[in-house]
Design a binder for this molecule. Structure first.
Ligand code: PSU
Ligand code: MN
Length: 304
């Protein structure tokens, strides 16, 4: 029921390092044409760092593992593509629709294809005000149960980072900081919160994942990678922007799956594109690290 591109299928057979990429960031996370340019550039960064990229999305009801550049380009321009998380997967497939996969849905499809690493910008989490709205992204549940390592720049401060960390701890998901002890907050290098452990090299992360997988201990791993210094935005400005965006969403009564894309667009508008530049820079940065971790992991596994 899924289509794996020939190149990816061959790489899986030969135990080569593969890095999955999501498609919600293309259709809902960035405007055209930056979305397509970024998606293709991120694939290039992964190749340059010794791994094979596999962008995942749903076309005419079929999950594609390893979209072609043409498919990515169509994805970035087509209007009305549905955002697909775990809940939406079967319906979109059954009805032959196009679907943009979130972190949760991309993890599911990657795992089914046998891909163990996945790079994105930011994960979903526990939203501000979740004690009354109950808005907790399905990404967190997926990290709890699906055997994929997700490399990201932390979570946007549109979320309640403290509650997000508590939730991940409860669900048994380790949160590692790449060369940092503080949880990166997407647009900013750090936050007030500590990660579970600082890790300094891709090899060190690969060793831990190797133990987790051979033991085995089910579930995901979260690697958080700070945005490069030169792109890091002013934390006060970001906080003000986010408070304004969250307030506007509340006034407009936006909720459910619409809220994250709405907040992302609002923030891009308020910061006049600065947030978009930051977003592009951090995902490329994550792609390099993700490829290095995938490669280090394959080196360990293939040695035995
Ligand atoms: N956070 C970002 N950029 C994104 C997303 C989250 O900074 O593009 C997307 C991802 O695809 C993530 C999804 O999996 O939003 C989470 O949506 P929700 O909160 O509805 O689960
Ligand atoms: Mn939600």
């Amino acid at each position: 029921m899924i289509k794996i591109a020939d190149k990816i299928a061959e790489a899986i057979r030969n135990h080569r390092p593969i890095v999955a990429l999501e498609s919600t960031i293309i259709s809902h996370g960035m405007p055209y044409p930056q979305n397509v340019e970024t998606a293709l550039a991120v694939e290039e960064v992964i190749r340059a760092n010794g791994a094979i990229p596999a962008t995942i999305g749903i076309i005419d009801g079929v999950p594609i593992i390893g979209m072609t550049p043409e498919e990515i380009s169509q994805f970035g321009q087509k209007k009305g593509i549905e955002k697909v998380s775990r809940r939406d997967l079967a319906e979109v497939m059954a009805n032959g629709k196009w679907g943009a996969t979130t972190v949760a849905a991309t993890m599911i499809l990657a795992a089914k294809a046998g891909i163990e690493f996945f790079v994105t910008g930011g994960i979903g989490g526990v939203h501000r005000g979740a004690s009354t709205t109950f808005d907790v992204s399905a990404d967190l549940q997926e990290l709890a149960k699906t055997n994929v390592t997700v490399i990201c720049a932390g979570a946007k401060a549109i979320l309640d980072l403290k509650l997000t960390l508590e939730y991940l701890e409860t669900m048994g998901v380790p949160v590692y900081g790449y060369q940092t002890e503080k949880l990166p907050a997407f647009y900013t290098k750090d936050s007030a919160y500590r990660v579970d452990k600082k890790i300094d090299t891709p090899e060190e992360i690969a060793q831990i994942i190797r133990v987790k997988r051979t033991f085995p201990l089910d579930g995901g791993v979260l690697v958080t990678n700070p945005i490069p210094d030169e792109y890091s935005l002013d934390p006060n400005l970001i906080e003000k922007t986010i408070v304004a965006a969250v307030e506007k969403a509340r006034e407009k009564g936006i909720n459910g799956k619409e809220i994250t894309p709405f907040l992302l667009k609002e923030i891009a508008n308020i910061t006049e594109g600065k947030s978009l530049d930051a977003n592009i820079a951090l995902i490329k940065n994550n792609a390099a690290l993700g490829a290095q971790i995938a490669k280090a992991y394959c080196d360990i596994r293939n040695k035995r």
